[in-house]
Design a protein around this ligand. Structure first.
Ligand code: PSU
Ligand code: MN
Length: 309
């Protein structure tokens, strides 16, 4: 495989651009998790620590956002601080990219838009916390995250801890199958539900090492398939929450969203914020731990992928 040149509309940090050009391992990181997924200041601390984890594992971190209308790959400490603290930062999925660029705004990118920008930069691996998916009640609301369609059309491997049960996990897996997205459990037979290692649903396929995942990703793309690969990496046992504890919190958060009439792009940020409040911060500790674990695994996949080029 040849190295790629980033799309000219992107501002790529020099360290990241150099690593991409030389085919060294790079890991993309999203910014909606910073701006709309966790409270300040823990969000900024998390963002910095996750970058450090990626570095320690031998890869270059590239957090992605839109800053002053410019899609930016690889952020400074000040830029992470801005994303974590400025209430004017918009939540930007794929459909919002042209608007935020043309109006010169700041945007925090979701899994979908981070994937797309990572792909345009030539980055093959992306680490996040949880994927968006099919919302509960989607059979009438039709609220299905663009994360799923993006996984079907952009060649980036995405390491997550599965999806939260704020979503309909079973329907999310069905939709991923329909879209032709490979979902591989890393050292697990069960698809993880973010806060917990279990969901009651099997993963469609399983691998046990980062090297095996890298080989599968390479094989997928060598066949000419255009899809991403969803790598489901369960939260470490010592950090997981008991399903009984988190289930009550999520049920309450969903009821509150319903009562408040929250819909559309606001629903996921609303639920994430409510879960932190209702769990007295317990869920936040688990969230941060699983993102760091994903960063270690994602960096290992990126290292193995770079070695296979
Ligand atoms: N799920 C989480 N944490 C998150 C998100 C989802 O557990 O931070 C964010 C991600 O950025 C994801 C987005 O891509 O929410 C999905 O939003 P929507 O459902 O509006 O597509
Ligand atoms: Mn939605």
């Amino acid at each position: 495989m040849t190295t790629r040149t980033p799309h000219p509309a992107l501002a790529v940090a020099p360290e990241v651009a150099e690593a991409i050009a030389e085919g060294r391992p790079v890991v993309a990181l999203e910014s909606t998790i910073i701006s709309h997924g966790m409270p300040y200041p823990q969000n900024v601390t998390m963002a910095r620590e996750v970058e450090a984890v990626v570095r320690d594992a031998g890869a270059v971190p590239a957090t992605i956002a839109v800053l002053g209308g410019r899609p930016t790959v690889g952020l400074s400490a000040d830029e992470l601080e801005l994303l974590g603290s400025d209430p004017g930062v918009r939540k930007v999925s794929v459909r919002d990219l042209g608007h935020v660029v043309a109006t010169g705004g700041h945007g925090a990118t979701t899994v979908a838009s981070t994937m797309r920008l990572a792909g345009l930069a030539g980055i093959e691996v992306f680490v996040t916390g949880g994927l968006g998916g099919v919302h509960q009640g989607a059979e009438s609301s039709m609220d299905v995250s663009a994360d799923l369609t993006e996984l079907s059309r952009t060649r980036v491997a995405v390491v997550s801890a599965g999806v939260k049960s704020i979503l309909d996990i079973g329907r999310t897996l069905e939709m991923l199958e329909t879209l032709g997205v490979p979902v591989v459990g890393l050292a697990t037979d069960e698809f993880p539900s973010f806060f917990s290692r279990s969901s009651g649903l099997p993963v469609p396929m399983r691998l046990d090492t980062a090297e095996q995942v890298a080989a599968m990703v390479r094989a997928t793309w060598d066949l000419g398939l255009e899809s991403g690969v969803a790598v489901a990496n369960p939260v470490p046992a010592e950090d997981e929450m008991a399903p009984a504890d988190i289930d009550d919190v999520i049920r309450q958060a969903l009821a509150d969203a319903d009562a408040a009439g929250v819909v559309g792009k606001d629903i996921t940020p609303y639920l994430l914020g409510r879960i932190v409040e209702l769990s007295d911060g317990r869920s936040l500790a688990t969230n941060i731990a699983l993102v760091k674990h994903n960063a270690r695994v994602g960096a290992a996949v990126a290292v193995a992928l770079a070695a296979s080029r």
